[in-house]
Design a protein around this ligand. Structure first.
Ligand code: ATP
Ligand code: MG
Length: 267
């Protein structure tokens, strides 16, 4: 058996191959010791760890493990998952919306980090919690999908009142930028959460399309657990990326890219 583990800031992602089949699992970072127990109990397994918390995970392990630089593992995993989808892209951007967001250009078979933003999945959960008290990712996402940003986000057309705006009036001029002082007590949890997801989605796609200018490709592959069962975030990111002339792609099992790459490095 070969096992790849990506221990990130929020979630531990595991990919393992047994009898030619790949399995996936994910755990909150608080369950690191249980993951370590599982690894320590495996016999005849080759293991490779990656991610920002891989050093902490390794301190719980009684076995020899390989370690891989996170960005290289992600690159290898994305390549494999692309092939699984029947694609053979050799140049593309990868935007990993994890706890934070990191953007990479892959060309000539090498990856280069182009930048990132602190707005990511951690922001999604953190701001949502501060605004509504909720703590569960799935619940936040479910409620957000029934919300409207209409009363909270300020659009370009709201500023350009009575005259033609120089850019699309439908673009967001200011996330959370409407005059909220008078309506703050009327706003629903759904509206607030939808607007948080809008903020995160528009920020990561804005930074990504700008980064695409430094890469020979304009295909942006979005990965990271922030997109899990999160149709609203995908929709915001997809429409904004297309509007700005890039091509968005969501990878099947993309949140496991780092774990898959770590696993593949053992083959
Ligand atoms: P980083 O790569 O920045 O170190 P990470 O690898 O832990 O962090 P991901 O697992 O890709 O990051 O994504 C974490 C985000 O996924 C969370 O911030 C949250 O928005 C979202 N998420 C999805 N499912 C869950 C869950 N079950 N529990 C907590 N967060 C979740
Ligand atoms: Mg990560």
């Amino acid at each position: 058996m070969i096992v790849g583990i990506d221990a990130g800031g929020t979630l531990i992602k595991v990919a393992y191959a047994e009898a030619g089949e790949i399995h996936f699992a994910k755990y909150p970072i608080a369950e690191m010791e249980q993951v370590a127990d599982w690894i320590n109990g495996l016999d005849q397994a080759a293991i490779c760890v990656t991610g920002g918390k891989s050093g902490v995970l390794r301190s719980f392990l009684t076995k020899e493990t390989a370690e891989m630089v996170e960005f290289e593992a992600t690159h290898l995993g994305v390549q494999y998952l692309l092939e699984k989808m029947g694609r053979s892209d050799d140049a593309y951007l990868v935007t990993n919306v994890g706890t934070g967001t990191s953007i990479h250009c892959i060309q000539n078979n090498t990856q280069e980090r182009l930048g990132g933003t602190g707005i990511g999945g951690g922001t999604l959960i953190g701001l949502s919690h501060l605004l509504t008290g909720l703590t569960d990712f799935d619940e936040i996402v479910r409620l957000a999908s029934n919300g409207s940003r209409e009363r909270i986000d300020l659009k370009v057309k709201h500023i350009y009142e009575g005259k033609e705006p120089p850019i699309s009036g439908e673009l967001t001029a200011s996330n959370f930028g409407q005059d909220l002082f008078s309506i703050s007590s009327e706003l629903s949890v759904e509206e607030l959460l939808a607007t948080v997801i809008g903020l995160v989605g528009e920020t990561v796609s804005t930074v990504s399309v700008q980064a695409a200018r430094q890469c020979s490709s304009s295909t942006i592959i979005y990965i990271g657990s922030s997109f899990i069962e999160n149709a609203l975030l995908k929709q915001v990111v997809e429409s904004y990326t297309i509007l700005r002339g890039s091509i968005p792609l969501f990878l099947e099992n993309g949140e496991f890219s780092g774990a898959v790459g770590a696993m593949k490095s053992l083959e």
